[in-house]
Design a protein around this ligand. Structure first.
Ligand code: CP
Ligand code: NVA
Length: 320
C-alpha cells in the first residue's frame, strides 16, 4: 500500500464529493441506529482493537471529546496527548513524532497552531492523519455543520448560507464545502479580515457561488442559515483594533430578521455572547448550536469509519 492510499483528512477538498457524502451517510446511519439506545455502542464495533491518538497543541472541548468518545463507541481506544506533555513540546521533530506514533496508533488527530506541522505529520505518518483544526482550516467542524443543516432542513444543495464576521479557518472550510456540496455562500467580513483569497479562488474555480461583501445585511438577506464564530481565534491576537473592526458584524435579532423566516443559526463554539452573537439569537428559536455540537460526535464517527473501516466501510451505519 503506497502512501497515497492513506486516508488522511486534511482538508475537505482532498476528498471527492461522493466520499464526503458517504461519510455523512455513514455518520447519519450510525446516529440513527444508536438513537434511543441507553448505551450508544455500535453493535458491530467496527474499530475494535484500533487506537486513535489525539494530539493537541491548542485547547479543545468538542474536538477532543467527540473523537475520544466516538472512537470508543466504535469499539476502539483513544489516547489524548497534550503536545506540551510530549517530547514534541521539548523540540522532538514532527517527522520523528509521526513515525513513532504510527507504530503505536492507527490514526492521528492533530490540532496545531502551525499549519505546516499538519502537513509534515501527514507526510511522515504511515497512518491516517485527521485535521483537528489549524489556523488555516477546520474541516471536521464543517462536516458536522452540513449534517446539522440537512437534519433540520433537508438537502443543502441549492440553499443559501451566510457567514458573518471574521474570515477565519472555519470560513475557509465552509468555502470549500460550498464548492463540494453545491450551496450558495454569502460572506460578510471587514476588508482586513476577508477570507483566504486562495481558497476563494479555488472554490470559484470549482463553480462555487460565493458572494463576498462587507455588508452583513446583504449577506444575510433571505439566507437559510446564518453562521458566525469568535472574533478572536486561537491563532489571533486579541487586539482592540480587531474587535473594533468586527463590531458591526454582531449577529443580533435585527440581522436574523433579514434571513429566511425559518433560517438556522449556527456557531461552531465556543461562543462569546455579546460579541459575535447576542444572547437573544444564541438562545433563540433559530439557534441549533447544541445539535451542531452533538453532531461533531456523529460526523467524527463517520470519518473514523472511512479512515479505518476497510474497503466495506460504507456498510457501517446501514441497519444490520
Ligand atoms: N468547535 C470546536 O472545534 O470546539 P473545540 O475547540 O472545543 O474543539
Ligand atoms: N476559529 C476558532 C474556532 C474554534 C473551534 C479558532 O480557531 O479558535
Amino acid at each position: 500500500v503506497g502512501q497515497s492510499a492513506i486516508r488522511h483528512f486534511l482538508d475537505l477538498r482532498d476528498l471527492d464529493r461522493t466520499t464526503l457524502r458517504q461519510i455523512l451517510d455513514v455518520a447519519a446511519g450510525i446516529k440513527k441506529m444508536q438513537h434511543g439506545r441507553r448505551r450508544p455502542i455500535h453493535p458491530a464495533r467496527p474499530l475494535e482493537g484500533r487506537a486513535l491518538g489525539i494530539l493537541l497543541s491548542k485547547p479543545s472541548t468538542r474536538t477532543r471529546v467527540s473523537f475520544e468518545v466516538g472512537m470508543r463507541q466504535l469499539g476502539g481506544d483513544a489516547v489524548v496527548l497534550s503536545s506540551a506533555d510530549t517530547q514534541l513540546g521539548r523540540g522532538e521533530s514532527v517527522k520523528d513524532t509521526a513515525r513513532v506514533l504510527s507504530r503505536f496508533v492507527d490514526a492521528i488527530v492533530l490540532r496545531t497552531g502551525r499549519t505546516s506541522a499538519l502537513h509534515e505529520l501527514a507526510r511522515w505518518a504511515s497512518v491516517p492523519v485527521i485535521n483537528g483544526l489549524t489556523p488555516a482550516s477546520h474541516p471536521v467542524q464543517i462536516m458536522a455543520d452540513i449534517m446539522t443543516f440537512e437534519e433540520h432542513r433537508g438537502p443543502i444543495a441549492g440553499r443559501t448560507l451566510a457567514w458573518v464576521g471574521d474570515g477565519n479557518n472555519v470560513t475557509s472550510s465552509l468555502i470549500e464545502a460550498a464548492a463540494l456540496f453545491d450551496f450558495r455562500l454569502n460572506i460578510a467580513t471587514p476588508t482586513q479580515l476577508a477570507p483566504n483569497a486562495e481558497v476563494v479562488a479555488w472554490a470559484r474555480g470549482q463553480g462555487a457561488e460565493l458572494m463576498l461583501t462587507h455588508d452583513p445585511k446583504e449577506a444575510v438577506a433571505n439566507a437559510d442559515c446564518v453562521l458566525t464564530d469568535t472574533w478572536v481565534s486561537m491563532s489571533d491576537e486579541a487586539a482592540a483594533e480587531r474587535i473594533a473592526l468586527l463590531e458591526p458584524y454582531r449577529v443580533d435579532a435585527a440581522l436574523m430578521k433579514l434571513a429566511a423566516r425559518d433560517a438556522l443559526f449556527m456557531h461552531c463554539l465556543p461562543a462569546h455572547i455579546g460579541e459575535e452573537v447576542t444572547e437573544e439569537v444564541f438562545e433563540g428559536p433559530h439557534s441549533v448550536v447544541f445539535d451542531e455540537a452533538e453532531n461533531r460526535l456523529h460526523a467524527q464517527k463517520g470519518l473514523l469509519v472511512w479512515a479505518l473501516g476497510g474497503k466495506d466501510w460504507t456498510r457501517f451505519g446501514k441497519e444490520e
